[in-house]
Structures are given as C-alpha cells and as structure tokens.
Design a protein around this ligand. Structure first.
Ligand code: NAD
Length: 360
C-alpha cells in the first residue's frame, strides 16, 4: 500500500490500518500513511483478527490465517497452482480468498492486473542488472579513439516483461533481437525497433487469455537448436519465457551455456518458476567459464516504490470494482466475470474449478 492508495480507499468510506514499517523498504515512513488517513498499528495479530479485508502481496503464513475472522476476505497472490499454497487452509478457516494471479487478462480488468504491473517493472530491472554486469557499454559510440559497437541484447519470451526489457534496452542504445513462440508478438517486437528471430518450431499458439501454449519436448529441442546462433551472437541474454500455471520451459540448456562467448551475461526472469536456463541458481550469480548466469528473484522489489505504487493501485481498482458506494462496504458479485476468475475460496469451499483437485 502507498499513501495515495490509502487516500483512495478512505474516499470510498473504508477505514485503513497499516502495519508499522510497511513502507520502509519502499522509502515511505509510517507518518506518510497517517497523513493519508490510515492508522498505523504494530500488533499484527490483533489487527488481523479485527479487520474485514486483509490486503497483502505474498501468500499468507498459516499463523496469520489462523488470526483472521471467518467470513473475512484475503486479497493477494496465493500461488494456487502449487501444492504448498495456503488455499486449502484459507477455505478450511472459512476465509474468502482472491488470488491476484487469477485476475483475467481482459481489457476491463487491466487496471487490476498485478501480474502485468509487476512484470513490466521486472523487465525494466532485468536490463539494468544486465547492464551492471556486462563489461560492455550499451550504445554505439563514435569517438576519436575508435567506434564502440552497440551491445547486442537477445530477449527470449516477449510477454509483458519481455516487451519492457526490449524497450529499456533500446532506450539505452542496444541492438535488440527477440523471440517468442506466439507469432502475434513479431509486430510488437518490430514496433519497438528490435529484430524478431524467425525460427520454425511447428505449430505454436496462445490461449484465449493470451498465454503461450506449452511446446512439446520435440518443439523445445528444435527451438534450442535453431536459437543457438542467436545466443552465440548476443552479449546479453534475457529470458522471460513462462507458461501460465506450469514450470518454466528449459530453453537454454547446459550445452547452449557452454557454447556462449565468455563475457555473455544471462538474466533469467523465470527463475522463480524453475528457470529457463540450466545451471541458474536462485538469487545467485553463477560464473561458468566467464559466462554469468543471473537468477535474482523478486526483481520488482528493486524498484520498490513503484512496485508498491502499482500493486496498491491494482488493489484499489479491484476493491472499487466490488464496492457498494451507498453502504460503504465490499459487495460480493459472484456472477461477475472478473470475480469468477479470481475468487479461489468462498464460504469454506475452494470454488475455483482449476484448484479444487490440487488442494482437496
Ligand atoms: P508470461 O509471463 O506467461 O510468459 C512470458 C512470455 O513467454 C510469453 O510471451 C510467452 O508466449 C513466452 N513463452 C512461453 N514459452 C516460450 C518458449 N518456449 N520460448 C519463447 N517464449 C516463450 O506472459 P505474460 O507477460 O504474463 O503475458 C501473456 C500474454 O497476455 C501476452 O500476450 C500479453 O500481451 C497478454 N496480456 C493481456 C492483457 C490484457 O489484455 N488485459 C494483460 C496482460 C497481458
């Protein structure tokens, strides 16, 4: 939450309580929340047990769920595809739970779409990390001492993060090539002044939500072979390839890493879902014969102020959508398309069909 979003919630008629120190890592002192109209409390247990709605980023710990009142609402990321998700405990405790990752990718829900707001920042940060670890400058420079060629950046996976990575690398002056299995992406890549790597892996496609369909093992093998020349020609490789709800595809295998030029920097944005790059380690830089594999997690947290600002805004838009302005309270509309997509637990049941069997 950021102070501006607190004000927006208060304007709706809500009372807002903020946990002491909430904004410290985003550079926002407690007093700013107080100025915006919130009260700041340090007794988390007491607060959690007294509120109607808890807003959070990461999935809640069991101890926190145990403090919540039955019938209250929890909104945040829940990681529902994973068995370790607290979805089952939330349902057992009769806490109603909305999973922010399940906000549908449709135009009318764009302002609530936290996957997009965070991925956008992750793409930006990935380029800055790469720029910090390469030994090369990004832009072309023609100087009396000679000409510096522009840095060559390859982006694999051109969803929200990939597009922002391309735009950021281009702004810094790099020469960018990009690839995605969804053919519709080509035009977007070219409109950002990058080159699309045209390779043939057979039929690919996307779901009605715009997500990539998973490639078969043979298609992934074809992709790795056809992409090799692009990897070898890059100073920086940024991978963002994901398949919603599934482990990330392994697109840069050990033999590809071994074939890279020393000095190449590889930033793997999919590290939290298993990684696109073989040998990458969570939150580490692995050096393999001069090739740096970077697997930092939580990239949006490196621009914490804006990540908080965007996430808080997503939450406020969601709450506003389901707010009864007369009664000044949350109003359930279980027939609403956005609600049907993101409501996971309701009145003691896991109501989302995709997750019933995973958590029963
Ligand atoms: P994502 O994080 O699930 O995946 C990132 C990218 O990896 C995707 O572009 C995907 O096609 C690609 N990918 C998967 N397997 C690959 C492989 N083997 N090789 C190369 N690339 C691979 O995607 P995302 O960023 O969340 O976005 C998914 C789609 O949803 C995009 O089309 C995006 O434009 C769309 N979207 C729509 C809306 C909306 O309409 N409201 C909002 C946000 C995103």
């Amino acid at each position: 939450m950021v102070p501006d979003s607190v004000s927006r919630l208060i304007a709706l008629g809500a009372e807002v309580i903020v946990e002491a120190g909430l904004g410290t890592l985003s550079g926002i002192p407690d007093e700013e929340y107080v100025k915006a109209g919130a009260s700041v409390e340090s007794d988390r247990k007491q607060v959690i047990s007294s509120v109607d709605i808890v807003l959070r980023f990461h999935p809640p710990a069991k101890e926190d769920i145990e403090q919540m009142q039955p019938g209250s609402l929890h909104i945040g990321f829940l990681n529902p595809f994973d068995k370790s998700s607290p979805v089952g405990i939330l349902a057992q405790r009769k806490i109603n739970a909305i999973g922010m990752e399940m906000i549908p990718r449709i135009t009318c829900a764009q302002r609530m779409d936290a996957l997009t707001s965070q991925a956008n920042l992750a793409g930006y940060v990935a380029v800055l990390i790469a720029a910090n670890h390469t030994t090369k400058a990004f832009p072309m420079m023609m100087t009396a001492a000679g000409t510096i060629q522009p840095c060559r950046v390859l982006v694999v996976g051109v969803g929200v993060a990939g597009l922002q990575a391309i735009a950021t690398a281009r702004r810094l002056g790099a020469q960018v090539t990009a690839y995605d299995t969804r053919p519709v992406v080509r035009e977007q890549v070219e409109s950002l002044g990058a080159r699309f790597a045209q390779i043939d892996v057979g039929e690919t496609g996307q779901t009605d939500q715009g997500y990539a369909k998973a490639l078969t093992d043979e298609q992934l093998a074809k992709q790795r072979e056809a992409m090799l020349k692009f990897y070898r020609n890059a100073d920086i490789v940024i991978t963002t390839a994901q398949v919603f709800g599934k482990p990330a595809p392994k697109i840069v295998t050990k033999d590809i890493v071994d074939a890279l030029e020393p000095g190449t920097v590889v930033v793997d944005l999919a590290v939290e879902t298993g990684g696109n790059v073989e040998g990458v380690k969570l939150d580490e830089i692995v050096d393999i014969k001069g090739v740096k594999l970077i697997g930092f997690s939580k990239l949006p947290g490196r621009v914490a102020f804006h990540a908080s600002q965007m996430y808080a805004s997503n939450l406020v838009h969601l709450i506003t959508e389901f707010w009864d302005k007369e009664a000044k309270t949350w109003k359930w509309d279980l027939e609403d398309d956005i609600m049907k997509s993101c409501l996971i637990a309701y009145e003691g049941q896991i109501v989302h069909p995709q997750f019933k069997s995973i958590h029963s």
